[in-house]
Design a protein around this ligand. Sequence first.
Ligand SMILES: *Cc1c(COP(=O)(O)O)cnc(C)c1O
Length: 340
Amino acid sequence: MINLISDTVTKPTAEMLAYMLEAVVGDDVFQDDPSVIRLESKLATMFKKEAGLFCPSGTMTNQIAIKVHTQPLDEMICDHYSHVYQYETAGYSFNSGIGINLIHGTNGKITAPQLEQAIKPVHDWLPISKIVVLENSCNKGGGSYYTLDEIEPISELCKNKNLRLHLDGARLFNVLVETEETTEEIGNLFDSISICLSKGLGAPVGSVLLGSKEFITQARRFRKVMGGGMRQAGYLAAAGTYALDHHISRLKEDNLNAAKLGSVLSQMPFVDSVRPVKTNIVIFDLVDGITAQNLIDELKKVNILAAPFGPSTVRFVTHMDVTTEMINQVIKELRNIPLA
Ligand SMILES: *Cc1c(COP(=O)(O)O)cnc(C)c1O
């Protein structure tokens, strides 16, 4: 099977599993697990943040960040494609009691002028604009990304207007291998950052939230109340440490494979258009009369798995369990598909 459904489907390599087995562990609720502490400090140092917090998922790190940064009756500003809006079960409302102010940006990206327009004046009858979330890369935007010069004016504006800026960096390293910008430069521009270890980095579980000491102290309380305090979590954290040591530079391969798929797809008679391919995600629309399910069924017959992303939209995601040979196989099969 060639699984293009998501980069979350990767399984730990033999080397990663061996490394996990050797982890020295303790009880992380008592802050006594050396492998968790090691992962948290490693990422905090990389991004020049004071502290980190290992959590079971990226949804939890995002939700905790929103919770710490806001009070009920505040609002969050983000692009309408954002994961925090689309795919976190309206958790901003449930967990934090806040409203949402959506910007219709371009491929999931907003600009400083758009943000400036969106920030609400202070009146009794309006929610208080309190937090801005950027997603880098943006999943629904087809893996689009921000460069530093695009983030800088947004960060500046947030500082001037007293808004917190959170980065949903689930796939940030897929971006940094392209832009060659540094983790410190990114860290500098945000109040808090969420990094997923279980996407392209290939760890089985986990995300890390980064921020100031004070922020992480509060975040730890919210992690506990959400049920995310884990005990001998060091076995899982070790997988994350291993991934950071060994799986970052290879993300370039995933991005290249996605670019290859994108350019072949754009020539297929059954494809209407492909969103610009920037990292490891390829989102494309099918021509009239062909549904996402039609294509997915055909691909399944030749052992290729993909996910529908709308009635006539399909998403392919490349990752470390899909080799370049497998991509060549996918391309061969795409050319033989009996559609249109
Ligand atoms: C996957 C993802 C998350 C977090 O997902 P979990 O499955 O909860 O770990 C957050 N943001 C983006 C952009 C994602 O792709």
